[in-house]
Design a protein around this ligand. Structure first.
Ligand SMILES: O=c1[nH]c(=O)c2nc[nH]c2[nH]1
Length: 829
């Protein structure tokens, strides 16, 4: 939740809020002092050692200079030393990496399938795997993995290919809700982790397998819908990109249609070109009227300053000139070029020809690594291959290998140029966004670094060692637009967030409505019910477990079947009759439960399984009984009947019971998970200690409507005394807030300061699903404490919760409630 700024304030802002905003603008500044490096051109890597960099609360670089200037900045902006981070020995800061070419869906088979070249690889591995992404739940869990991996490897900006699917199907296990996502999911995931990114819905209407192809019109329409969707996310960081896969899989009509969209909406275009000799031959045959591969794109309006062209290995001199002329970007993907045996791009030649709009692409999974550290290394190796060839052939212009400094350029500023972002990111010029990595070579002290530092190592050596030997363990902090993303403790949190069904926005669909169009097939709600059954199965599985657990528990309780079996009786027949009756009753109950869910084969199977479970459980009780030859039948039967009937009544009560059982199970599981994680992180949670000290008597809140707040992921109510709020430090951020600790949330991870003000805050998770949905201000800083805040220290992220207004105003909430101080706990389920 690192982007939020501490205490939430009411929408009815006090008069002086503008002044406060300006105050916050300064007081939330971050200042870093230590070695700072950034590129200005391939041959110009500047190392400020030490340097000072100041970042304002909009995430923009306010100041950067060689030397230590922290005192001067503290004075100028009236700040305290808490705003300054002084880097330790063996730490340095560099710009975040820019991955100009990555196929998100291909991550699922990264590290496999390198036995063939490009065209066969596409047929054999890529298309089948990409086609599976019509399943939204698969898309969701896979995209989470690749995006988190990419960010963790230091990629603060990525240009992603998704698949051809605009929409997919997603059914929640506990209701008939459907979500329309698929490629959109990738945009959601990138936004949710805080990475900067371009997302492209892939276009393919030609030379593609039947199971993975679009009609031209659909492809264009879906692309427009996709663009609209990504734009509707209203994110400064996540943008759409047009993505014709490559010339062989696109008709001219599709390519020129996409070019029109690009012109109209001013969007980047990404595609592949001249990667593999067979591919180049194929393009020649497919487009005989054009003068080469680049001309195909140019002719169809796709080669211009907005183009992000991957590979470019076999561009002719003429084509390179054309690239320079139109200012097209080149994404160099050395790992993929080696792994798919495509060829070796001569970057030195490009530089010599004045082409510097060149960046790196991991090209997952043609490339097997999602890390641009690997990309840098492989680009150097590729350049050495070229160098050796030119040296051995005694060429006139021997190509010198790339240096590690040039590799850093490619991974940072070069990439930014390729994506036309050089005015925003790529280095640390004043006014640019602070997209940065704090590198720490000291992690070796914990035995986890692959780098050893020696006394002779100078700062240049440390940087070079990082390029050649570092990995994500050395990337200790990652910033995108000034905001720290993916803190190290989020690795453990990832575990809780991998509950796939709980992450989507959803909406109820009326019966028989048409849900999506795909290859001209209309899918209706009733057809989807078949898939719905699969989802419900999870629910029934839990239900079954709960029943059998209850029966087992029952049989172990004092005075229940087993303990009674020590009394004596011989009337086994009666026992059998009663047990049969009770079994039938239980079974009927199960039947009626199951029939709630429908009548098809799947359900009947479930029904059979459930019956078998109950059957086995009850006959186990009988076997125990018979074996132990109980003496007191009367008591046994009465007790047994009573207990089984009670059980049946309880199971019969209604579907609510089961839903509650599920929620409770979830709550308990999540509680213990969180407790476990917190124990392991040795967290000190101190939620209620400061409630008493905040100002909760501000009259202007009286006319605010009280609302209930629900978790967007699992829909449980997390507060019944919430309020819509704005964050004073950034009035663009809407949130919800409350003053009471709800019993449906739990603090997670360690306390932290987000750098925007000095409040100590701690994230909290919904106990229904484990997702982080807000943060608690454990210790407000002085300005926030003095501001009118209605005593609200629990801030809900409006992306993760929704509200339903109550018919009550804050003024009419019971005073005793409002004045409760310590241990404010709301039981809100
Ligand atoms: O490396 C590549 N990966 C791909 O998915 C692809 N599609 C066309 N050309 C391609 N090259």
């Amino acid at each position: 939740m690192g982007n939020q700024i501490c205490i939430g304030f009411d929408e009815q802002k006090p008069e002086h809020s503008q002044a406060k905003k300006i105050d916050n603008f300064k007081s939330n500044m971050k200042i870093f002092v230590g070695p700072i490096l950034h590129s200005f051109s391939p041959s110009d890597l500047r190392i400020l050692n030490p340097g000072t960099i100041a970042v304002n609360n909009l995430g923009k670089i306010e100041f950067v200079q060689e030397g230590v200037h922290s005192d001067q900045l503290l004075k100028k902006f009236n700040l305290t030393s808490e705003h300054v981070t002084v880097l330790k020995e063996n730490q340095f800061i560099l710009p975040g990496f820019v991955d100009t070419h990555i196929h998100a869906p291909q991550y699922v088979f990264t590290g496999t399938g390198y036995d063939v070249g490009l065209l066969e690889w596409l047929e054999k591995y890529t298309f089948p795997k990409e086609s599976e992404f019509k399943d939204s739940s698969h898309a969701h869990s896979s995209y989470q993995k690749v995006v988190k991996r990419s960010l963790r490897c230091g990629t603060t900006t990525a240009c992603y290919y998704a698949t051809i699917h605009l929409e997919g199907i997603y059914l929640f296990p506990n209701s008939l809700t459907v979500s329309f996502l698929a490629s959109k999911i990738l945009a959601n995931v990138v936004k949710s982790v805080g990475q900067r990114g371009f997302i492209g819905k892939v276009n393919m209407d030609n030379n593609s397998p039947d199971y993975y192809v679009e009609k031209t019109e659909d492809s264009l329409n879906d692309t427009s819908a996709f663009i609209e969707y990504v734009n509707s996310l209203n994110s400064d960081l996540v943008k759409p990109v047009l993505t014709p896969r490559f010339a062989p899989s696109c008709t001219s009509k599709l390519m020129s249609g996409l070019a029109d969209i690009s012109r109209e909406k001013n969007l980047l275009i990404q595609t592949h070109i001249s990667e593999n000799c067979g591919e180049c031959e194929w393009v020649k045959n497919l487009f005989p009227e054009q003068n080469g591969y680049a001309d195909v794109y140019k002719h169809n309006g796709l080669l211009n300053e907005k183009s992000v062209m991957a590979h470019c290995i076999y561009l002719t001199e003429e084509e390179r000139k054309l690239f320079k002329e139109v200012n097209a970007g080149i994404s160099h993907c050395p790992n993929s070029n080696f792994s798919l045996q495509s060829g070796v791009l001569n970057v030195r030649q490009l530089f010599r020809e004045g082409i510097t709009k060149v960046g790196l692409g991991t090209d997952v999974s043609g490339g097997y690594s999602a890390s641009l550290l690997d990309g840098m290394r492989q680009s150097i190796i590729a350049s050495k291959v070229i160098h050796m060839k030119s040296r051995d052939a005694a060429e006139e212009n021997i190509c010198e290998p790339l240096t590690f400094k040039e590799a850093i350029y490619l991974a940072t500023l070069g990439g930014a140029k390729v994506l036309n972002l050089e005015e925003k990111i790529g280095n640390f010029e004043v006014g640019k966004s602070f997209d940065a990595l704090l590198i720490d070579l000291n992690v070796g002290e914990n035995g986890t670094s692959t780098i050893d530092v020696f006394r002779h190592d100078k700062i240049e050596d440390l940087i070079e060692k990082f390029v050649y030997l570092g990995d994500d363990r050395n990337i200790s902090q990652i910033f995108v637009a000034g905001k720290q993303v993916m803190r190290s403790n989020e690795r453990s949190q990832q575990y809780l967030q991998q509950q796939p069904e709980l992450q989507f926005e959803s909406f109820n669909i009326p019966e028989h409505s048409i849900l999506r169009r795909s290859n001209d097939v209309n899918i209706t709600t009733s057809e989807l019910n078949i898939t719905a059954e699969i989802s419900r199965r999870i629910q029934r599985q839990n239900y079954r477990n709960i029943i059998s657990a209850r029966i087992r528990r029952l049989s172990r309780q004092p005075n229940s079947v087993n303990s009674l079996s020590h009394s004596s009786s011989t009337n086994n027949e009666e026992s059998a009759v009663v047990s049969q009756r009770n079994y039938q009753s239980l079974s009927r109950t199960a039947d009626s439960w199951i029939s709630l869910a429908g009548n098809n084969e799947l359900i009947q199977n479930e029904n059979r399984n459930l019956n078998t479970t109950i059957n086995n459980t009850v006959s186990n009780i009988d076997i125990n009984y018979n074996n132990q030859n109980p003496l007191n039948h009367e008591e046994y039967f009465v007790s047994r009947r009573e207990r089984l009937n009670t059980l049946i009544d309880r199971l019969n009560s209604n579907a609510e019971v089961f839903n509650r059982m599920l929620i409770n199970t979830n709550l308990n599981i999540n509680r213990s998970n969180i407790a476990y994680l917190n124990r392991n992180n040795s967290v000190n949670h101190n939620a209620s200690t400061t409630s008493r000290r905040v100002n909760n008597n501000s009259p202007q809140f009286g006319s605010k409507v009280v609302c209930k707040i629900f978790c967007k992921f699992c829909k449980i109510k997390v507060s019944s005394r919430g309020m819509k709020a704005k964050l004073l430090a950034d009035l663009k951020i809407s949130s919800f807030s409350t003053d009471f600790n709800s019993n449906c949330v739990s603090l997670v991870n360690s306390e932290y300061k987000n750098g925007k003000c000095l409040c100590s805050i701690c994230d909290f998770a919904c106990l229904g699903c484990g997702n982080v949905i807000g943060y608690h201000v454990n210790q407000p800083c002085q300005p926030c404490l003095k501001a009118c805040n209605n005593g609200h220290l629990w801030i809900f992220n409006s992306d993760h919760v929704y509200s339903v207004d109550e018919n009550i105003l804050w003024a009419t909430l019971k005073l005793s409630d409002r004045d409760a101080t310590d241990n404010r706990m709301e039981v809100c389920r």
